[in-house]
Write a new protein. Structure first.
Lengths: 383, 120
């Protein structure tokens, strides 16, 4: 029978209340002038049984406490607040965004002619790092030297030759000091997509190509030429950083500033001057100019407000432990909200696969055990 | 010459020489198990450890990467009894994780819908 801990401790429930200082340690990371304290999360279910609080995970408690708030969203960057999750989940998302969300990037380069100043491999390396705007969900991963077809690769051609222009004919790019040369700067816009098989019909609504057309690949002088064909394959950031869909994904905990004693008058002015991130404001409370925490989000934890010992007694700097301000900066291959959804999907897939493998492993072990028993019986019988 | 392929940190070899998940009973303490998961890292390890710890039937849960050059994690779990046993505890943790992720996905979709009118 299952050892029931909950029913044997009737005073313990989900809504138990902890003493204030313990609650402070449980929910806040104290940022002192010299170092942070209470940094590790108390995760274990039984940590507060003695005080009557059940710290175990239940999906109801999670539903109650979890919130997502979108702070800002552009084509390239998204800031979203994840409230009520543990650091392990936030970090898992960050790691997955960086290294396990698949994208397309140039992997195979077939060089027909390269008389530029860049070595073949250097040129190929630079091509690999160009972000390619293509939805990786429409493609399969190509295993090694598997046959290349329209579901495996995206093909591009780059064919550029530099020669002297006729006088000042070439004024294509703004402010281009190319001395009247044609094609002296090879930009990523020069990559031409060669649709394979049915790609033309499948992707006629989405333009497949580099995210930015103005990435400088190489510089040429008259007589130099680059002619190559390159194939994009699907991969993940774990294999090579070129496949990472984010320029970075990071998170920070929500800063929280509180006053142990009210800060008034000239002290308030001094506090306002100290803070480089303009976190504080002065408001008029019953005729006294008092400092108020107006924008705690802006706080960069420079600790200027608690650097001097007398200020450390009056201003309390903490971080809220389960409130994560997530910033996702996309390279442009996918919009950032799509990246977040993909990251959740990747994690769900991992968890489902592991669950299945565990079941199979247990069934396998059970079968082995029963077969070993059966074999032992058979050998024992004749004796 | 000595460098393994880059994809080896997440892809199992094709010849079935490496099992993704291996479970070994730990005899030092009762109701304990060591699970070795190949080709995984801290992303899953820390998450699994945290999720297990939040279960009140789990007495001990920890993970480590035995060597940074070898892409595998070891997760050790001890439960209060055989019901649920260590492996069942991991299954429960993974189920709870999937429920959490479902809630996060739906909340995010809702937050996206609520945001776009405000953004204008």
């Amino acid at each position: 029978a299952r050892l029931s801990t909950m029913s044997s401790l009737p005073h313990v429930n989900d809504g138990g209340v902890l003493p204030a200082h313990v609650e402070e340690q449980r929910t806040r990371v104290a940022m002192d002038a010299d170092a942070p304290r209470y940094t590790s999360t108390v995760e274990s279910a039984g940590a507060y049984f003695a005080s009557g609080l059940d710290n175990s995970f239940t999906i109801e408690r999670f539903k109650r406490e979890f919130k997502i708030e979108l702070q800002s969203l552009t084509d390239e960057e998204m800031v979203v607040d994840l409230i009520g999750v543990d650091a392990a989940i936030a970090n898992a998302f960050r790691r997955i965004l960086l290294s396990e969300v698949p994208t397309m990037a140039i992997e195979k380069v077939f060089i027909l002619n390269n008389t530029s100043m860049l070595d073949d491999e250097v040129l190929a390396h630079r091509l690999g790092l160009i972000p390619i705007k293509a939805d990786s969900r429409y493609f399969h991963e190509r295993a090694g030297d598997e046959d290349a077809d329209e579901h495996n690769v995206i093909a591009f051609r780059l064919q550029v030759a530099c020669h002297k222009g006729s006088g000042k004919a070439n004024t294509s790019s703004a402010g281009d000091k190319n001395d009247g040369l044609i094609n002296s700067r090879v930009l990523s816009g020069a990559l031409q997509w060669i649709p394979q098989g049915d790609q033309e019909t499948r992707f006629k609504d989405q333009s497949i190509g580099p995210v930015h057309n103005d990435i400088l690949i190489a510089k040429l002088r008259p007589g130099q030429e680059i002619a190559l064909e390159c194939w994009c394959e699907k991969g993940v950031g774990k294999t090579h950083a070129k496949w990472s869909p984010v320029s970075t994904a990071s998170y920070r905990l929500l800063p929280e500033i509180r006053f142990r004693k009210p800060v008034t008058g000239s002290d308030a002015q001094e506090l306002l001057r100290k803070c480089p991130m303009r976190v504080f404001d002065i408001e008029d409370l019953e005729g006294v100019a008092t400092a108020r925490v107006a924008r705690p989000r802006n706080c960069s934890m420079c600790r200027e407000c608690i650097r001097e010992p007398e200020w450390a007694d009056r201003v309390q700097l903490t971080r809220v432990r389960n409130h994560f301000i997530f910033t996702i900066e996309s390279t442009g291959v996918m919009p950032p909200e799509m990246l977040f959804k993909q990251a959740v999907q990747v994690l769900m897939q991992k968890s489902a696969d592991l669950s299945q493998l565990l079941k199979d492993a247990m069934i396998g072990q059970a079968n082995e055990a029963s077969m070993a028993d059966a074999a032992a019986e058979e050998t024992a019988e004749p004796a | 010459m000595n460098k393994p392929d880059d994809f080896e940190c997440w892809r199992l070899p094709d010849d079935d020489s490496v099992q993704k998940v291996t479970c070994k009973k730990d005899f030092k303490v009762p109701n304990a198990m060591m699970i070795v998961i190949e080709r995984e890292d801290h992303t899953l390890g820390n998450l699994l450890r945290m999720q297990l710890l939040e279960d009140d039937q789990v007495l001990f849960s920890g993970y480590r990467v035995p060597h940074p050059l070898e892409p595998a994690i070891q997760v050790k779990i001890q439960t209060r009894s055989q019901n649920p046993g260590p492996v069942q505890a991991v299954q429960n943790a993974l189920d709870k994780l999937e429920d959490e992720l479902k809630i996060m996905k739906d909340s995010f979709a809702q937050a996206l819908r609520d945001f776009t009118p405000a953004q204008q």
